[in-house]
Design a protein around this ligand. Structure first.
Ligand SMILES: Cc1cc2nc3c(=O)[nH]c(=O)nc-3n(C[C@H](O)[C@H](O)[C@H](O)COP(=O)(O)OP(=O)(O)OC[C@H]3O[C@@H](n4cnc5c(N)ncnc54)[C@H](O)[C@@H]3O)c2cc1C
Length: 309
């Protein structure tokens, strides 16, 4: 344990509801939440948490996150201010880690920069998208980022994209690290063609995925050579319900939460979906969505067999 005396992060809020910080809108409160708006504030918050042995959970738009009904006993951190801003610099795109990815896509398009269009309907932050190596339509963040500034309790470091070990919905960004800023490597493109591509991709989303519902995107990653949606549908999971949560009638790899849904409903539904796929002779599906455990912080959801959360 560190013996450093470090002052409390500015604007620290106690008993902060986390359900409203996620797109599925279930789960309890965090004992502490702070919003950081500079690299130095990000480092200071992490150092303060470390000095008190508090687990940290970085929360972006919460679009791939399920918070435990019992909430979180550590420090939740969000990025704001300059760390959620976007600017076009020297022909490239600079984004704070808390910037909205769809806004970054829009900004790139307006500047005639191409390459990021696939992110138009991924409703996360740029930092969350790097941590998750978010992707769609055969493209992923790994293809377009140049560098990232990573903050830890010990300071900040600018790393190259190839130092982040970005794989299928994964990266080496640790749970106690903050992706505070990202530089994109985009190419000049024709603004009309970029706008056309964006309209096409958004239309495809509307036609194939549930709209206007509480969800967190894909529940499970696709196993090699197959699709989790197809396996779930084949195993009879479409519209399967636990409590007030169900697999979407539009796309079986999406969960829709009703207004009475709890995190326990969603997790039980995920386990049941995984069990049914296995029973039907399929592989053991791996959760894409992240789970905020009350004391252990963020990790893959239903990662342990038979766990009780
Ligand atoms: C309707 C819908 C459609 C979606 N479609 C797609 C899709 O096509 N492709 C896809 O890949 N995903 C998709 N998603 C999932 C989600 O949008 C992405 O995973 C996104 O990248 C998560 O970003 P976030 O800011 O919401 O992260 P959160 O959900 O808040 O967090 C996810 C993980 O990232 C970490 N994290 C967040 N911000 C930071 C940061 N600044 N520094 C370090 N770690 C951080 C968190 O600690 C957590 O481990 C979809 C979700 C929804 C709701």
């Amino acid at each position: 344990m560190s013996a450093r005396a470090i002052s409390e992060p500015a604007g620290l809020v106690e008993n902060a509801p986390l359900d409203r910080l996620t797109t599925i809108k279930v789960g309890g409160t965090a004992d502490r939440l702070c919003r950081v708006e500079s690299f130095s504030q990000a480092v200071a918050a992490l150092a303060w948490a470390e000095s008190r042995d508090l687990v940290v959970a970085i929360v972006g738009k919460g679009s791939n996150l399920i918070v435990a009904d019992d909430g979180f006993r550590g420090l939740a951190v969000q990025l704001t201010g300059r760390l959620s801003s976007i600017s076009v610099r020297g022909g490239g795109l600079w984004c704070g880690g808390g910037a909205s990815l769809p806004r970054a896509v829009q900004r790139a398009a307006a500047a005639g920069l191409t390459g990021l269009e696939f992110g138009a309907s991924i409703p996360g932050t740029v930092g969350g998208a790097v941590a998750m190596n978010a992707g769609a339509y055969s493209a992923e963040l790994k293809d377009v980022i140049d560098w990232a500034v990573i903050c830890t309790a010990d300071g900040r470091e600018r790393v190259r994209a190839d130092e982040l070990a970005m794989g299928y919905r994964s990266s080496s960004v640790g749970a106690q690290q903050i992706v505070a800023a990202v530089g994109f490597d985009l190419a000049p493109g024709d603004p009309d063609q970029i706008a056309g591509r964006l309209a096409e991709l958004r239309g495809h989303r509307r036609a194939t995925q549930p709209q206007g519902v509480r969800t967190f995107g894909s529940v499970f990653t696709n196993p090699p050579g197959d699709s989790a949606g197809r396996l779930l549908e084949q195993a009879g999971c479409k519209e399967l319900r636990v409590g007030d949560a169900r697999f979407s009638p539009v796309h079986a790899n999406f969960i829709e939460a009703g207004s009475e849904a709890t995190a326990a409903d969603v997790l039980a539904l995920m386990r049941e979906g995984r069990r049914r796929v296995r029973e039907a002779g399929g592989p053991t599906l791996r959760a894409e969505v992240r789970y905020l455990h009350p004391t252990e912080g963020i990790r893959a959801a239903i990662s342990r067999e038979g766990e009780g959360e």
